[in-house]
Design a protein around this ligand. Structure first.
Ligand code: NAD
Ligand code: MG
Length: 346
């Protein structure tokens, strides 16, 4: 039996994880948490709404932690798993973006993010890696000009073409901040410098990512967009259990790739800059983005202003070394404050 502590059990990833755990005889839910939603339908011996996630993890003593919390709030659980050397199935990319320098190759992290699960699998047992190619759908606004984005609404941003996800990551997909966070996530997960991580748009989300090798070979990971596959992989690793995902029908596929439009979607370029700056810069990028996305979803900020708020907060933040959790908590707090100051007065 593998005992799973599921943090963020009521979310999009959390609900799909419960489906995977219930279908697998060797997986057992030992603890479940949510931020504020009741856990009524969730069957676990330990349940917690709100509160300190590390206390829950101490009590649960799980074999694996699935961190499916959204946002910086997941950082304590990520660092707990790394410091206690408990395997971490990581969906909460924001915690690795903010805290990557503290994690610094320690711990046993199996990514749940579909692109990183793909990269993890393409990299296993390999040498001679040239570069990583992170794929993305381009989101609901792919192909649009800035003029065509001036008046887009939260409803339009939430209509993702290929994935059904929680609201924050869906807006991140529309701005390409999600790909920016994933670029930093890939850097910390695989220890590859930023100049050797490319981003390619693959609109149907069939190619989940690729790895180029020095001999000219490229390995890709393909499948329909279905998060149950990387969730199951992370929870049953290295076993690779069966899932309800349908097999890929090659005969109906044409695969197209294009370059990301970083002029129209500056959040990807800002992420690369923050990643290369290092220290507390990725943490500040993430925090400012969380504030801007929340304001956009509340109708308080136009879509194109999300990148303005984040760019301005990064310009004004004092980027320093990230030595410990206190440094990150302070960088997160300060970047939120700067981002709030950049919001229109209502
Ligand atoms: P969601 O909004 O659907 O669910 C978030 C979960 O986190 C909920 O259970 C919520 O109660 C909990 N939560 C929120 N704030 C919290 C707090 N302050 N403290 C503790 N718990 C809190 O989000 P989601 O789409 O399931 O995404 C979860 C994470 O997985 C995000 O980091 C996201 O980027 C990542 N991810 C999601 C998908 C997807 O398909 N949904 C794909 C790849 C990566
Ligand atoms: Mg992803």
């Amino acid at each position: 039996m593998k005992r799973v502590a599921l943090l963020g059990a009521t979310g999009s990833i959390g609900r799909q994880a419960i489906e995977i755990i219930e279908a697998h005889p060797a997986l057992e839910l030992c603890a479940a948490s949510s931020g504020s939603t009741p856990l009524d339908g969730v069957n676990a011996p330990l349940k917690q709404v709100g509160g300190d996630l590390t206390e829950l993890l101490e009590r649960a003593a799980p074999d694996v932690v699935l961190n499916a919390v959204v946002g910086f709030a997941g950082i304590h659980a990520t660092l707990w798993a790394v410091e206690n050397d408990v395997p971490l199935a990581l969906a909460n990319k924001e915690s690795l973006v903010a805290g990557g320098e503290l994690v610094d190759g320690r711990g046993r992290i199996i990514p749940v993010d579909s692109e990183h699960s793909a990269l993890f699998q393409c990299l296993e047992g390999q040498a001679g890696v040239e570069s990583l190619v992170l794929t993305g759908s381009g989101g609901p606004f792919r192909g649009r000009t800035r003029d065509e984005l001036v008046a887009v609404t939260p409803e339009e941003a939430l209509a993702h073409p290929t994935w059904r996800m929680g609201p924050k990551i869906t807006v991140d997909s529309a701005t390409l901040a999600n790909k920016g966070l994933e670029l930093i996530e890939a850097h910390f997960l695989f220890g590859i410098p930023y100049e050797r991580i490319e981003v390619a748009i693959q609109p149907t989300s069939i190619v989940h990512s690729l790895v180029r090798f020095r001999d000219g070979a490229t390995l890709a990971h393909l499948g329909y967009p279905d998060m149950r596959v990387p969730i199951s992989y992370a929870l049953t690793y290295p076993e690779r259990a069966a899932t309800p995902a349908p097999p890929l029908d090659f005969t109906s596929l044409t695969l197209q790739f294009e370059a990301p439009d970083v002029e129209t979607f500056p959040m990807l370029r800002l992420a690369r800059q923050a990643g290369e700056a290092g220290g507390t810069a990725p943490c500040a990028y993430n925090a400012a983005n969380e504030v801007a996305v929340a304001a956009f979803l509340e109708g308080r900020l136009p879509f194109l202003a999300i990148a303005d708020v984040v760019g301005d907060a990064l310009d004004r933040a004092d980027i320093a070394a990230a030595r410990d959790l206190d440094d990150l908590v302070e960088a997160d707090r300060r970047a939120r404050e700067l981002a709030e100051q950049g919001l229109p007065v209502s």
